[in-house]
Ligand binder design. Structure first.
Ligand code: UGA
Length: 429
């Protein structure tokens, strides 16, 4: 089947490549010419395991192409996927400008009946509105159905999460569209959840917000553990054996980041509020996370009134390991404060430095190993649990730093192995 995908970020590009891998004929559309040229050469614009290999393989075998020419891509597609960004507005609501830009292009260019699939995370009711919008503005007399098909991939495991999806949620308003979608996904061996569009949209938000809530709950409990003298790691281990709780997303730390949890918690809270409902649980998750992002700095503050002229080693810049994405990364909350106060920062990250340089080109001394960052440092902050950072031995902090003082936001060491070092972590004493 012919599939066009609008947007070549995490959602769009990964979906396109995976549909090609499953045998469909895919064309990925983006307005950015440089990005398209790069992808035609087999280079991925995002860092994602296995993605480039599959891009090259499917391009060579003629199942995927990339273009800026949306007219050609959309005119005779069986499916047009919308996988563009829905960034957060200042008030917390989702910005749907990119979604409507694509909807406008679709209405002007489609020449045959087709299914428009919204993969981007959108507020409840958006699929209904986009369908109305496209139908109203159609230039040619064709039949358009809009389907909600949210994405559940996590960065770092995006290809696996798509090819072996935990579930495929299909939200339609009629049997014809549902049948078409089942045909498209017939080679995907995952449970299919068939529902209406509003429920599909809600499944996406409810899933992300539940996970964000789980992390914030563990962070809240971790902070209490410190007050009452308990150990969060033992606590989460003890909880994890209960199958109703499970062992995932129980890790306390310096807060969740990324392009999804922060945005989707705020968006759902915002849209509930607009409908006169206060989503108290999600609000709590947002508030706990705000505090959590600065928890290390606030702990260090008790020891050092100011960071002026201190040599600070920062280990980990990205919001989690396995990605070069910096969106909502805890480092981005802490580094501006340190710089403002006149700290001298040496930072290490295996993948995120190039993106960081776009924000702080000269203010930070970027180094190519954790050891270099630690040399002569007065204090060390760990914000991301990269393997390269986990491999740093406790003795190296002792050997390399002026005085080993470590604030670890990801609990990468046991208290026992760090006992000869001044070591502060989350939820343990
Ligand atoms: C998340 C969801 O996991 C995906 O299912 C979803 O499709 C995606 O958002 C999306 O909406 O596109 P992602 O943002 O890539 O995926 O990252 P996660 O692995 O879920 O981690 C999110 C944040 O939670 C990270 O900052 C991570 O460090 C933090 N986290 C995660 C914890 O602090 N503790 C944990 O136990 C787990």
């Amino acid at each position: 089947m012919k599939v066009a995908v609008a947007g070549t970020g995490y959602v769009g590009l990964v979906a396109g490549v995976c549909f090609a891998e499953k045998g469909h004929n895919v064309v990925c559309v983006d307005i950015d010419k440089n990005k398209i040229a790069k992808m035609k050469k087999g280079l991925s614009p995002i860092y994602e395991k296995d993605l480039e290999e599959l891009m090259q393989k499917n391009y060579k075998e003629g199942r995927i192409d990339y273009t800026t020419n949306y007219k050609n891509a959309y005119k005779d597609a069986d499916f047009i996927f919308i996988g563009v960004g829905t960034p957060e507005r200042k008030d917390g609501s989702a910005n749907l400008d990119y979604v409507y830009e694509v909807a406008k292009q679709i209405s002007q260019t489609v020449q045959k009946d087709c299914i428009v699939v919204i993969k981007s995370t959108v507020p409840i009711g958006t699929n209904d509105d986009v369908e109305k919008y496209i139908r109203k503005n159609l230039v040619n007399k064709v039949k358009i159905d809009v389907v909600s098909n949210p994405e559940f991939l996590a960065q770092g495991t995006a290809v696996r999460d798509t090819l072996q999806a935990s579930r495929i949620v299909i939200g339609t308003e009629n049997k014809y569209a549902e049948k078409k979608m089942l045909k498209l996904y017939e080679n995907f061996d995952s449970p299919k959840v068939l529902t209406n569009r509003r429920s599909a949209e809600m499944i996406k938000y409810a899933s992300n917000d539940f996970l964000a809530l789980k992390v914030s709950y563990m962070n809240d409990i971790a902070n209490l553990c410190e007050v009452v003298g308990a150990n969060i790691e033992d606590v989460s281990k003890g909880m994890s054996y209960d199958e109703r709780i499970g062992d995932k997303f129980l890790k306390a730390g310096c807060g969740y980041g990324g392009s999804c949890f922060p945005k989707d918690t705020k968006a759902l809270h915002f849209l509930a509020e607009q409908d006169g409902y206060e989503l108290k649980t999600v609000k709590a998750a947002i508030e706990v996370n705000k505090i959590q992002k600065l928890i290390l700095l606030n702990k260090a503050r008790k020891q050092f009134k100011t960071f002026k002229d201190m040599n600070v080693a920062v280990l980990g810049l990205t919001f989690k390991p396995g990605t070069d994405d910096l969106r909502e990364a805890p480092s981005l909350e802490n580094i501006p404060i340190l710089l403002d106060e006149g700290a001298k920062i040496k930072a290490y990250d295996p993948i995120g430095v190039e993106n960081y340089k776009k924000i702080y080109p000269t203010e930070i001394n970027y180094v190519s190993s954790p050891q270099e960052a630690l040399k002569n440092a007065d204090i060390c902050f760990i914000f991301t649990e990269w393997d390269e950072i986990k491999k740093v031995k406790p003795e190296e902090y002792k050997k390399l730093m002026k005085k080993p003082i470590v604030y670890d936001g990801r609990n990468i060491y046991s208290l026992k192995e760090m006992k000869e070092i001044e070591y502060h972590s989350i939820g343990r004493k």
